[in-house]
Design a protein around this ligand. Structure first.
Ligand SMILES: NC(=O)c1ccc[n+]([C@@H]2O[C@H](COP(=O)([O-])OP(=O)(O)OC[C@H]3O[C@@H](n4cnc5c(N)ncnc54)[C@H](OP(=O)(O)O)[C@@H]3O)[C@@H](O)[C@H]2O)c1
Length: 349
């Protein structure tokens, strides 16, 4: 039986969130998008920026009217007048940068993936718990209004028993992009594949069985990988990610009662449809958009969570971030992909 209408988003306006003073750690591409989005759409304050170079910190501060600029991550972590550090270095720096901030008593929002592997994610969770500070992965998709509606649909059982999740993410990058750098844990898995893997694990949990195939890129990183997964109860998931070219970035969740098709790119603001076998189609209409339209939701949600005394985000718990990386680790174990500083990935039991 089909539901008559879809639920409404419960995500409050971002401008109404309590105000945090943010410090940017690693002023690169996503730091700029995040700053533009929250300066325009929220009352959050970007109070400081820390770079490995004082001149880059000053340039960022001047562009975005940020009061304090530091020439090291250590100085930013120690800055007395910031509440939270937004870690947005390349993946290889997330763990060390987060540890610096947490150990200095700062809350942290860490770009995805929260660490290179599940061990790093577990260590970040343990440090944050010990320090009593907030920590979350900036998996911004799950903070979007549309995802709140999807969560309600899943929780209500509208789709019935989930049988299948199919999700993919391919993108074209200039050959100079860090995604082609083995030293920065390049390849599609951590930049792009984390989105389909986060969706699959959010909907179905941890797989019981996983089979991965992949091909290398001439740069030395993985170029493409696909993984098929089987879950308790027989559900299956298929994920593909690559650096070859743009794809629709599609995601489909199939249940015994209805099919959810998220319009691509599924990880960004946009609409979706729930289709029932009797022909009924229910639409969630949300203007499609990119980082500018979407990143402010995670910042506002984090500010509300911290004001409420929470040390984790309900939209993206640390356990969920760890679970996603466990799956990524297993894919890499099967493909023989090892990241800098890792001795190797142990076989899963
Ligand atoms: N949420 C999203 O939609 C989204 C989109 C893109 C990227 N991301 C995530 O954000 C993170 C950063 O990505 P990005 O594209 O912004 O990277 P980026 O443009 O390369 O910037 C990263 C910044 O980190 C600093 N950094 C620290 N160690 C570095 C090193 N060894 N090599 C190069 N830079 C280093 C640099 O700033 P200083 O040297 O000045 O400190 C650099 O500007 C990644 O983990 C990625 O997964 C998320």
């Amino acid at each position: 039986m089909s539901a008559a209408t879809l639920p409404q988003s419960r995500v409050p306006g971002s401008r109404d969130a309590p105000v945090l003073r943010w410090g940017i750690m690693g002023p690169g591409w996503i730091a700029e998008r995040f700053t533009e989005s929250i300066q325009t759409n929220t009352g959050q304050v970007i109070a400081a920026v820390g770079s490995r170079s004082l001149s880059r910190a000053k340039a960022f501060a001047e562009t975005y009217d940020v009061a304090a600029a530091y020439g090291s991550y250590e100085e930013l972590a120690a800055a007395p007048d910031i509440d939270i550090v937004y870690v947005c270095t390349p993946h290889t720096g997330h763990h060390a940068a987060a540890a610096l901030a947490i150990d200095a008593g700062k809350h942290v929002l860490i770009e995805k993936p929260i660490g290179l592997n599940a061990d790093q994610a577990r260590d970040i969770a343990a440090r944050a718990e010990a320090a009593g500070v907030f920590a979350a992965e900036a998996m911004w998709t799950f903070f979007l209004p549309k995802f709140d509606v999807i969560r309600q649909i899943l929780d209500a059982g509208t789709l019935g028993t989930i049988t299948t999740v199919v999700a993919e993410y391919g993108e074209h990058f200039d050959r100079t992009h860090r995604i082609f750098s083995p030293e920065l844990a390049g390849g599609p898995l951590l930049d792009l594949g984390t989105y389909p893997l986060a969706l699959v694990t959010e909907v179905l949990g941890s797989p019981q069985r996983l089979l991965a195939v992949g091909q290398p890129h001439e740069s030395g990183v993985n170029a493409q990988l696909s993984a098929v997964m089987e879950f308790d109860g027989g559900a299956q998931a298929v994920v593909n990610t690559h650096v070859h070219n743009f794809t629709p970035t599609a995601a489909i969740v199939v249940g015994s009662e209805a099919t959810l098709t998220i319009e691509g790119p599924f990880n960004m603001p946009g609409g979706f449809e729930v289709r029932f076998p009797d022909g009924t189609r229910l639409r969630h209409d949300e203007p499609s958009g990119g980082h500018f339209e979407g990143l402010h939701y995670e910042a506002a949600a984090v500010a509300r969570a911290i004001a409420a005394g929470s040390t984790q985000s309900g939209q993206r718990t640390l356990a969920a971030s760890i679970r996603t990386l466990e799956v990524a680790d297993e894919i890499r174990r099967q493909l023989g992909v090892v990241f800098p500083g890792e001795a190797g990935i142990a076989a899963s039991p």
